[in-house]
Design a protein around this ligand. Structure first.
Ligand SMILES: [Zn+2]
Length: 224
């Protein structure tokens, strides 16, 4: 708690934090989609005061394939966050959940986003916003859980637990942000986490989706 308080103070005194994210694309997306993903996730995190340095993980590296659900016996000293894109396993999770976070694993991925589930939503929204930006927003949400070590959701913003038409409209208008409170917690977590290592496990699955039909997205691009 004392450490977190110091982290918050540190974040207030600094312009922002820098976070390295090693990204494993295990579904082999197009370069354009990958760019949209990193642009979107990087932008919303930068707006929260966390500047991302993206690293591309080799698809053959064991780190991108490990599914470790328990905390490591040693602290996570890697100094970077691991994110990956996968095809969702049938039956393991609700089909409405786009990914999950394992904040305290010391090997394998902290953040997983299911490409096929985001793609299904993308088609339901008739392509607005782009699939890359939807993947980026889902990844930013899970990164939020992974950094803070919390499964909590916010009533507004990108850490909202359920996304629907309103959230996708905000995303397509580049107005889907972390709240100020979320942003402060993220900056503090980055400052603290990569200096100390942590133990314990919190699992967060989400974000889940409100059901809607494509007829309800009329006027989707009206950003006024
Ligand atoms: Zn969530």
């Amino acid at each position: 708690m004392k450490r977190l308080t110091l982290g918050l103070l540190f974040a207030v005194l600094c312009d922002g934090e820098t976070l390295r994210i090693r990204l494993y694309d295990l579904v082999h997306m197009s370069a354009g989609t990958l760019d949209h993903l990193t642009d979107t996730a990087g932008r919303v995190l930068a707006e929260a005061g966390v500047n991302v340095i993206w690293e591309k993980g080799a698809a053959t590296s064991p780190e991108g394939h490990l599914t470790v659900w328990t905390p490591g016996h040693t602290p996570d000293t890697r100094g970077y966050l691991v994110a990956r894109l996968l095809i969702g396993p049938p039956g393991d999770f609700s089909e409405n959940e786009l990914g999950y976070a394992l904040p305290f694993v010391s090997e394998g991925a902290h953040v997983t986003v299911y490409y096929d589930r985001v793609e299904k939503v993308f088609f339901a929204t008739k392509g607005m916003p782009s699939i890359g930006s939807m993947l980026g927003a889902a990844m930013a949400h899970e990164i939020g859980h992974a950094l803070t070590g919390s499964a909590d959701h916010s009533p507004e913003g990108i850490m909202k637990g359920n996304w629907g038409v309103a959230e996708f409209r905000l995303l397509s208008c580049k107005r889907f942000h972390f709240t100020a409170e979320n942003a402060a917690a993220l900056r503090a977590a980055v400052a603290e986490r990569f200096a100390t290592g942590r133990t314990g496990t919190v699992l967060a699955t989400c974000p889940s989706l409100e059901r809607f039909n494509s007829a309800s997205i009329k006027g989707f691009r009206n950003c006024n």
